[in-house]
Design a protein around this ligand. Sequence first.
Ligand code: NAD
Length: 454
Amino acid sequence: MKFFLAIIGGGPAGYTAAEKASKAGKDVVLFEQNALGGTCLNVGCIPTKSLLYGAKQFYNATHAQKYGVSAENVSFDFAAMQKRKTIVVRKLVAGIKQRLNNEHCTLVNGFAKVEHRTDESVTIECNGESYEADNLMICTGSTNFVPPIPGIKENEHVWDSTDALAAAELPKSIIIVGGGVIGMEFATLYHELGVPVTVIEALPSILPNLDPEVVAVLAEKYKKAGINILTSTRVEKIEGNEVFVSSLSEAEQSINSSFSAERILVSVGRRANLNGLEALSDIELNRGAIVIDDFCKTNLLNVYACGDVTGKIMLAHVASRQAEVAIGRMLKVIPLQRIAYNAIPSVVYTNPEIASVGITETQAAEMNIEVEVNKLPMTFSGRFMAENEGETGLCKVITDAKNHSILGVHLIGNPCSEFIAAASFAVRMGYTTAEFQQVVFPHPTVSEILHEAI
Ligand code: NAD
């Protein structure tokens, strides 16, 4: 049997594409070497959010006094948290399998390797069998990047995020190398469960790609709470459980010191996974990721790529949107629909959460766009005040100074992850502030801050 489409990788890109194409009546084969759901569902977004929610319950219980509630002898059972996480993941993976089975998609569990490709056909080898398809979609995702730091490899104290999620026990103390999204979410988890945390970030700020004022709110709170955050600090080597660093002081002097902890979590980015694609020697790459056009097509006629492997924006919701667009193009259903990369929301699940969409002030300056910036503290919102005792937050809106269209929104304060989509909608549709002001927000909700700030 010749398939219409072969998909390698069953993460958010792969399973979305498989479902869409199968639903449209096409014969699809999907190869996945591990569980369906990919990094996001199995060792990323969902397990971290499950554990973070448990940690937040514990943290809230131990900080309930500020709401007039006393809870004594509050404790947690990390093994039970892990068990719940596993159950959540298992149910969601089963749900995806069910959806694909309902659409009669052929699922193959094993490592798939491209054997041969022409403009008319692609042959994939998996578990000793050959599969032929008209089109190929590469959704092989990414893997944790291991930086060339002496002493990092084969060191039992060193974890990546997958090791951290699988650990049966909490570490007694932890050093996190890399203050990016993964680093700060794990810092939140461990800190809220009472583990001493040190974060080592090479750049002058944690979460360096986000709005600096928003990040400053988090950094200030976390430092006050006792998280040791070292910025402008480079890891020179690791020996056992000791991390040797050099940091640039304000006087630009290099200071050498070392820190020890039971575990060292390294979270310094991820890289595209090209394993199994060696036969596609003429596929175009940029910095180790597959180059795609606006419709996720590679330079090879019948080969598409979606998700982290494209190195665009490594987020599950980008992957699934890319898959929708790619299938639309392949089936000629929505030939002109492109991905609005300028309106991709992102969330960092710290406490408070950070959520943003569109450009920052810094990016506007780099792009020579004259902007207006409107800011409001989250404490402007009645609902925020009612539910976030002692917390601060910020809503920052970037608009085009000439035509007043909304270009970016940057938020910190719970539960901003739940309403950033409203701002994404405004940025995606190119709404002006006057148009956005016609939208009515329910009162009292924290989302009203958007209405007030815009
Ligand atoms: P990242 O790029 O977000 O952060 C890596 C950080 O490590 C950067 O701040 C960088 O300056 C720092 N760094 C690099 N080398 C270093 C070194 N030698 N010493 C100290 N610091 C160093 O990468 P990540 O946190 O590993 O996340 C990987 C990907 O997964 C990202 O694309 C991220 O967006 C995605 N992700 C998203 C979410 C979410 O949406 N909530 C959650 C987790 C991961």
